[in-house]
Design a protein around this ligand. Structure first.
Ligand code: ATP
Length: 268
């Protein structure tokens, strides 16, 4: 199934994450740049969508739909493209990029162009995921750093979308508050914990996210929800979220942090 393929490709991405080792490639490449509120990811695929290079940098360069650190964003994208070009010994001249529904596509386009490449494709993020997974009727729910965004896909196209400002950032804030930790330590704890302790503390935040999504989908009743976005990588997140939305099937990829970047690069 497409999701099994995506899981395999994402495992390959995780294995080569930020690897600058020389691995020359002869042939056409597809490149995608994902500019998020929590991180920037650049991914290079071959024409069969097999990953060749992947770079991720945690950076808060975008916030509330605007670029708060334009220079920083440009430099990170430029460095990631350079690392990829050097690793693979290829020229990268054209890339695909994307935007969350309801935000200005020019944000990503401007940053990518400032990094010195042409934008060949610009697509909204859930549409790229719908294409990659060949979705016909579904909801794509992206829970990233700052937002929970839902897109309704009908006949393969996004027909409606909604978002709310609750994301991984709020899970970290809840943890920081509960344990009296500085934000960075709470963020680290969130990503490393697999004991279930974190889950017990942040369960109400996940329930709130599920409730937001329930409202987003109410008028459309999609048969299945596909989750994407790094927040869904939290240990136990998927189970809690799916239990809250018991009436609808919930599909969670194994490495949700890499699904949207993979989908963007596949569109290139
Ligand atoms: P947005 O969608 O708001 O623009 P983004 O695209 O930058 O943000 P993602 O890269 O999808 O967001 O996800 C980033 C979020 O995922 C951060 O809040 C980060 O803490 C969280 N995250 C990443 N890995 C994990 C993990 N293993 N466990 C829990 N949370 C994680």
């Amino acid at each position: 199934t497409p999701i099994e393929t995506v899981n395999k490709l994402s495992a390959a991405i995780a294995a080569m994450l930020n690897d600058t080792g020389f691995a020359p490639y002869h042939g056409a490449v597809k490149v995608g740049v994902d500019l998020g509120t929590a991180d920037i990811q650049t991914l290079v695929l071959d024409r069969h969508n097999r990953p060749l290079a992947c770079y991720l940098r945690w950076a808060e360069v975008v916030r509330d739909g605007i670029v708060v650190d334009y220079q920083g964003a440009r430099e990170i994208v430029s460095e990631q493209l350079q690392c990829a070009a050097q690793r693979l010994d290829v020229n990268i001249e054209r890339v695909a990029t994307a935007f969350p529904p309801g935000t200005d596509p020019r944000i990503s386009v401007n940053v990518v162009e400032a990094a010195g490449v042409e934008v060949s494709t610009v697509i909204d993020e859930p549409s790229s995921v719908a294409q990659l997974l060949s979705l016909q009727h579904a909801a794509v729910v992206d829970i990233g750093g700052g937002t929970t965004g839902t897109a309704i896909v009908e006949q393969g196209r996004v027909v409606a979308s909604a978002d709310d400002p609750t994301g991984g950032h709020h899970i970290t804030l809840a943890l920081a508050g509960h344990y009296g930790l500085p934000y960075d330590k709470a963020e680290w704890l969130k990503r490393m914990d697999d004991s279930g302790d974190v889950l017990a503390v942040v369960r109400p935040v996940i329930a709130k996210m599920a409730d937001l999504v329930r409202r987003h989908i109410a008028a459309h009743a999609p048969p299945v929800i596909y989750l994407t976005g790094g927040c869904c990588a939290l240990h136990g997140f998927a189970e809690v979220f799916a239990a809250e939305l018991a009436d609808t099937e919930v599909v969670v990829p194994e490495r949700p942090l890499h699904l949207t970047p993979l989908a963007i690069a596949a569109c290139a």
